[in-house]
Write a protein that binds this ligand. Structure first.
Ligand code: NAP
Length: 328
């Protein structure tokens, strides 16, 4: 059978994947980016991004990702809808299966699958997802105009989301399992300054109540053991992210949480020719700026590796032609 064969396939179109695309495209490797189920990655569902360098007054996350994508498309990047549902990394070229159907072959693979929101794991959370339970304040805040909502979590996401929710909601409860927030100081201070935000410390969400939509939460104070009901119309879950690396289990070395191991100072995985970038391999920093950095590293690692294997099929004339184009 004749399968489509590429030099580089990038899995994921968030900040790491699109940076890898820009660099591999400029290296004339004609990358194919498989966008996956969440194109744009986490930034596509955030509001104001204030800490991404180069934007003095901040920029909206979705707008920033549009810039990334346009820049990748400006060079020879092909962006394609679809999700890689399984891989075979034992064969060369590597085999990637799209949407359980189509097989793609690639000499090198750059993983940029990112991470997705974690959930509490409650039965009613699953049942009421989309009916008052959400992990995306940016997407769903407007459904809760002038209503009381809660957000669970104590990190940067929870603070940013809580602040954002005050634009729409009459009251925002932040429920945190400890007395100390994990979020950066600047976000903590902004959240503390918002009159509409109330903090409920040392507390767990034991259950989510409501038949067809969320009506309240069963909360438990872990210091006193007291349980009580908090009536609210919506629950936003902001308790962190888990790496999207399930399809690589059994192929690539990873830690117990699923973060792919890379050789220190590089994006090399345990399989030569497979490179990992962004939140799929970064448990420590997890920032857009660091994902961009490792996306760039993965592209350079892949290019050098392909060259070392004599797998780069770029003619010099082609390369010089592109250089002249880019200088026009
Ligand atoms: P995070 O930093 O991992 O924080 C998750 C929060 O949820 C923690 O407060 C944690 O409690 C709590 N939590 C975890 N599991 C829980 C459970 N089962 N039940 C109740 N609470 C639970 O995640 P994040 O806030 O999504 O941030 C992820 C990364 O993105 C971080 O590196 C963050 O700095 C970055 N980020 C940056 C920005 C920004 O700079 N503007 C914005 C958003 C995210 P404990 O504190 O007790 O562990």
């Amino acid at each position: 059978m004749n399968f489509e064969h590429r030099q580089v396939i990038i899995i994921g179109a968030g900040s790491a994947g699109l940076t890898a695309a820009i660099y591999t495209a400029r290296a004339n490797l004609k990358p194919l980016v498989i966008r996956g189920p969440e194109p744009g990655g986490q930034l596509a569902t955030t509001t104001e991004v204030e800490n991404y360098p180069g934007f003095v007054n901040g920029i909206l996350g979705p707008e920033l990702m549009e810039h990334f994508e346009a820049q990748a498309a400006r060079f020879d990047t092909e962006l394609r809808y679809g999700t890689i549902t399984s891989v075979d990394l034992a064969q060369r070229p590597f085999r990637l299966i799209v949407d359980d159907e189509k097989t793609l072959l690639s000499d090198a693979v750059i993983i940029a699958t990112g991470a997705s929101p974690k959930y509490l794991g409650l039965e009613n959370e699953k049942r009421l997802l989309g009916h008052g339970v959400s992990s995306c304040a940016t997407c769903d805040a407007a459904f809760f105009r002038e209503q009381e909502v809660a957000i669970v979590g104590g990190g940067d996401t929870a603070m940013e989301d809580a602040i954002f929710l005050t634009r729409f909601c009459s009251k925002v409860y932040v429920i945190h399992r400890r007395k100390k927030l994990r979020a950066t100081k600047i976000l903590q201070e902004r959240a503390f300054a918002k009159e509409k935000i109330s903090f409920i410390w040392n507390t767990l969400v034991e259950d989510i109540l409501g038949e067809d939509e969320v009506e309240g939460l069963l909360l438990k104070n872990i210091e006193t053991g007291e349980t009580y009901i908090l009536p609210i119309a919506g629950l936003f879950v902001a308790i962190g992210y888990q790496p999207n690396t399930k399809i690589f289990q059994g192929w690539l070395e990873m830690d117990s949480k699923g973060y792919i191991h890379t050789l220190p100072g590089s994006t090399y995985t345990n399989i030569a020719g497979v490179f990992a970038s962004g939140d799929a391999q970064d448990y420590v920093y997890r920032q857009a700026a660091t994902a961009v950095g490792t996306g760039c590293m993965a592209a350079i690692d892949a290019e050098r590796w392909l060259e070392s294997q004599n797998l780069v099929s770029v003619s010099l004339a082609d390369k010089w032609g592109r250089l002249a184009d880019s200088q026009d």
